[in-house]
Design a protein around this ligand. Structure first.
Ligand code: GLA
Length: 362
């Protein structure tokens, strides 16, 4: 099984070498597989009416791009890294919303990778597997994503957030064990399509801005130098906004970790709200539904703060909510959102969950 992930803070900074702070959530994809004697892979899932099959001897990314490309891409990556895989029949079930900004694709990649390795009794370092999954997303799904989702899905620990330095790959597991507070996911119902170009455009603008500022990534600009960096005459309005978002978001993420260490949930909540404003106004990856959720939730008793989570353009928001207020918050959001948009949002109060696991039955 592999869980989805939510990112508490540190958005659109992973591909800029920044710090992210995601958690695995209590919703997952489960894949049950039986090895075959040949090199055929046959997948059944609720995502399509018919089973999908392909051969391990033909894993090229060409052809139609259905959900199975995530599996194909990971298997191709593993074979390219020298793992000799066996064919299998698999059944996939999921309670994770698809296209919801909760990394259902990273979960599918991770579970496919772990289960195939388990069948041949091979092992692979979790961060190495995360990179293979990320490559699958780049080459097979056409999304130039960072490493956050795959790393979170594969390495998160229960009751901890993952502080990942995306430049060095170093990880620290930050305790989030105070049962008085929880993380509420509120899904906007708007399905995002990261492959449609906006994500890639932001990434390109950041890379061009870094080149102009003569740093290898925007991570290398300290917050104290931000104002000077923004004065660079070569930056147009779009690039200036990207630099301001990325540099300030990395700083907010590190401050969020300090807040967690001293249980300062009020300031942590404020940082979440600031992060959302930066994503909405500077990075421009929010949407009216997410802005409505964040504005409504932030004004409610028991909510320390709220922001969009994940790539944006739809998907979900995350709120830091006092456990004893969760029911009232949920009820209020449900009716306010329905009154505005005519549909109820999918919601989940979650604790940080454990990362992907595979079990082998002989
Ligand atoms: C998507 C990508 C991640 C990350 C987030 C934004 O989820 O897959 O790599 O860039 O968007 O933080």
């Amino acid at each position: 099984m592999a869980p989805g992930r939510l990112n508490v803070i540190g958005e659109h900074v992973d591909y800029n070498g920044g710090f992210v702070l995601p958690a695995a959530i209590e919703r997952e994809i489960v894949l049950v597989a039986r090895p075959r004697l040949d090199r055929v892979v046959r997948l059944c899932s609720g995502l399509s009416d018919e089973a999908v099959s392909f051969s391990l001897d033909d894993l090229s990314p060409a052809g139609p791009r259905g959900w199975e490309v995530y599996v194909k891409g990971v298997l191709a990556g593993l074979e390219a890294h020298g793992f000799r895989l066996c064919g299998f029949d698999a059944e996939i079930v999921s309670n994770l919303p698809v296209g919801g900004g909760l990394s259902s694709s990273a979960a599918l990649e991770a579970v496919a990778g772990l289960i195939t390795l388990a069948m041949t009794e091979d092992t692979c370092d979790r961060m190495q597997l995360a990179k293979i999954c990320q490559q699958a997303e780049h080459r097979y799904a056409g999304v130039p994503c960072g490493i956050m989702d795959q790393a979170a899905v594969l390495t998160c620990q229960a009751d901890h957030l993952l502080l990942l330095d995306c430049q060095t790959g170093q990880a620290r597991h930050i305790p989030f064990q105070d049962s008085r507070w929880g993380l509420m996911i509120i899904h906007s119902g708007v399905s995002h399509a990261l492959a449609e170009g906006e994500y890639a455009k932001r990434r390109k603008a950041c890379e061009e801005a870094a080149a102009l500022l003569k740093v290898s990534s925007l991570r290398d600009i300290p917050i104290a130098d931000l104002d000077d960096a923004l004065k660079h005459p070569g930056l147009n309005d779009e690039k200036r906004r990207c630099v301001r978002h990325v540099v300030s978001e990395i700083d907010r993420t590190l401050r969020a970790v300090e807040c967690l260490a001293c249980e300062d949930y009020r300031t942590l909540g404020k940082l979440l709200c600031e992060s959302h404003a930066s994503l909405r106004d500077d990075y421009r990856v929010s949407c009216p539904e997410l802005d409505f959720i964040v504005k409504t939730a932030s004004g409610l008793d028991g909510v320390a703060g709220c922001r969009m989570t994940g790539g944006g353009f739809g998907g979900a928001a995350v709120a830091l909510v006092r456990s004893d207020a969760a029911e009232a918050v949920r009820d209020h959001l449900r009716s306010a959102f329905a009154a505005q948009f005519g549909a109820e949002p999918w919601m989940l109060m979650t604790r940080p969950a454990v990362g992907a696991r595979a079990w082998r039955r002989c």
